[in-house]
Every structure is written in C-alpha cells, then in structure tokens.
Design a protein around this ligand. Sequence first.
Ligand SMILES: *Cc1c(COP(=O)(O)O)cnc(C)c1O
Length: 433
Amino acid sequence: MAPNKDDGANAMSFSNTEAVAREMDATDPLRKWRDEFHIPTAPNGEPVIYLCGNSLGLQPKRTRSILEQELDDWARLGVEAHFDGMRPWYSYHEQFRETGARLVGARPGEVVMMNSLTVNLHLMMVSFYRPTRERYKILIDYPTFPSDTYAVKTQIIHHGLDPADALTVMQPREGENTLRTEDIEHAIEREGDSIALVLLAGVNFFTGQFYDIPRITKAAQARGCVMGVDLAHAAGNVPLQLHDWNVDFACWCNYKYLNSGPGAVAACFVHERHGRNIDLPRFAGWWGNDPDSRFKMHLQPEFVARQGADGWQLSNPPIMALAPVVASMEIFDAVGMAALREKSLKLTGYLEFLLDQIPNKRYEVITPRDPAARGAQLSILAHDEPKALFKRLQQQHVVGDFREPNVIRVAPAPLYNSFHDVWRFAKILAGQR
Ligand SMILES: *Cc1c(COP(=O)(O)O)cnc(C)c1O
C-alpha cells in the first residue's frame, strides 16, 4: 500500500531460538511499555500469552488513578468540578482534540469521542446516507461484523428500501480469502451511479486484511459515493491519514487496540469539509450545539450545530467512561503510531515466520502475507477440529479468540506483547497434533 512506507518486515530475517526472542525484547525500543499494563496471569503465576488485544486491550496501570481522580473531584467538588476539577468536565471531551486527531491522521476538530461504535455508525449514516431514487445502495465488505450488518440493513429499511436490493456485499473471489483492491474498484465502477455509501472496514475483523483506504476512497468519490470507514480493528493498529485520504467519515471503538476498557466510549471522525457545514442534517442534542448558545436553554430552542465532529455529540460526556480514554490517548500520543507500527511489523512478521516453520500443519493463515495489507492480527484457519485446537491452546494459557466456523485470531499488540510471547505461542501451536 503506497502511503505506508512500511514493507520492511519482509526483508527482516528471524531465527526461531528462544535466545533470539529474548534478544529482540532486550533491544526493543518500546519494551518499557509492557510494564505500563496489567498482564493477566495463569494459575502457575506466569503471564498468560495474551494475543487478544484486537478484541479487548489490556488495562493500562495509569487508568485507575485517572479514573479515581474523577471520583475524587466529584466527591470533593460536586457540580463545581465541571469547571474546577483537575480535568474540567465541561470541556472534558476537548482533551482529545489533538491526541485523537493525531491517532488517525486527522486535523484537530475532526475527531470526537462519544457514544459507542454502533451508535456512531448510525449517527453518521443519518447524516451521510441520504438515499435518492437513483442513488440508494450501500456497499460493504465481507465478512461483515454483525453489528455493522444490522446497522446498515436497518438504515436501509428506515428509508423504506429493501436490503435485498440496496445492500451490495463485496465477496472475495472463489478460492480466495481476502478482497482484491481492483475488485472493489470495479464494483464501485460498475454500480457507482446507484451507490450512495461505501462503508468499509479499515482492517477486516475476520481476515485481518488492511484495505487500501486511499485508493478505494478515490474510486468511491470519483463515482459520487460517500466513503465511510469502520476502524474498529484499525485504530491504534495501523497508520492512518484520514484527513489527507479525504475519507468522509469514520468510527471506531476504543476498547480493542486502544485499551480503554470494555464498552469504552467510542470515536468518530468527520472530515473538516463536512464539519464546517453546520446545515448538514443530523440527529441533535445539546452537546452538539454551539457552546455560545448551549446554556441559553429554553430561551433559544433552535439547534445551532457546533463546527467540527463535536457538532454530532448528543449528551454531556460520561466522565467515568471517558477517563480510561484519557489514559489511552496519553499512551498512544507518547509512543506515536509510527514507532508502534514499526514494532508491530516486526512482531507480526516474526509470528508469521515462526508459523511458517511448523511442518505438516493442518491450518493456514488467511491474513495477507503483504505486511502493508495487514495490521497486528493473523487469522489462522484450522482445517480440522478448529474448536478442539482452540481449546488446547486455551489450556496452555494462550488467550486468542475463536471466530465461527474455523478461525483462530491472534494479534500480538506491540504496546505490551513481547517477542517472547510470540515465541511461546508458536512453540505451543507447533506442539499440537
Ligand atoms: C468490535 C466491532 C464492533 C463492536 O460494536 P460496539 O458498538 O462497540 O459494540 C462493531 N463493528 C466492528 C467491525 C467491530 O470490529
């Protein structure tokens, strides 16, 4: 993928000894970050092999004190903490203007933390899926995460249309596991006149494929379609340049690679050129209103949108739920996506190398081999008894996850996983018959 100059992992050479795994950890410039996280332990006292950061990221140690600060401010100040708290609640969400934007290659004001992912998808479709007689379809990728399918289908139905006609699902070619960019482009080219919205994953949850977002965005917009991206598996995982790629909108959750805890408050990106348009239709609430008139309350009942992504907020921010996002953004901002990606390429490349070494295996990796076309995750498709295999891995304290019907997903997260974690995992997998 052209915009990411990160195909270095292919050129790396690895060795499969434990000593080399230890050596790679010793020279890893990000190694200190592992100590910033709580790593669950197995009954034998050893840390589990946690390769599930793509599903639920681990807890940063600093989260507790940041959360406790809010409890303390509430106890100490009551309502006054809106302005006098250490991190004033009134403008709490504004803490993410810069850090949230840097995470995904956005400009300040293009990103807001609010609601949860599926809610944000709906809010974005309210504004950006405006079907007409001629242009009414939504194009999505397959496999599709169920919540996204439900959201898209019910939006279509909400507009009085039929998903059987209005939903186009891009399937990989016969015998292939992932989508070819040119096939997506051709589908857009072919059906473009009738497509209102292309809604793609950034990184597909099942296959781990990282799509060529700038190329697909270009193709979609050239045909007059809106481009939306679900970054659930991409944010905090792969480098993104949402502003420059000209993506119209994007949503992601903060509990996967971003470690903000189960059901964490999610994020939303609205491109500046839409954010400036305060007349864009939307479902509104008071926190999306211009702060200058927000507290005129009943004296000014007309909604006046605040510029930027903030203008899509509904309610006043849930402080206790946002505190872990503060911890997360501090960490990601301190490490930086470039350094994280550099380690991630090496870590996942190392995992691939070790899996390649295993003889006579009855499984295959369906994630693209091209490091530029994937993030941290490798999806292992097991040919026989996938569930039994997964169970045996669990018994040896491997934490990954199983996706029906036959895929085991493992994702070494570069913030806290070590090369030794990856080595231990590969050794256990190699020992399975
Ligand atoms: C994790 C994930 C979700 C989860 O949605 P929530 O609203 O956060 O429960 C939705 N879509 C995709 C693609 C995901 O990976």
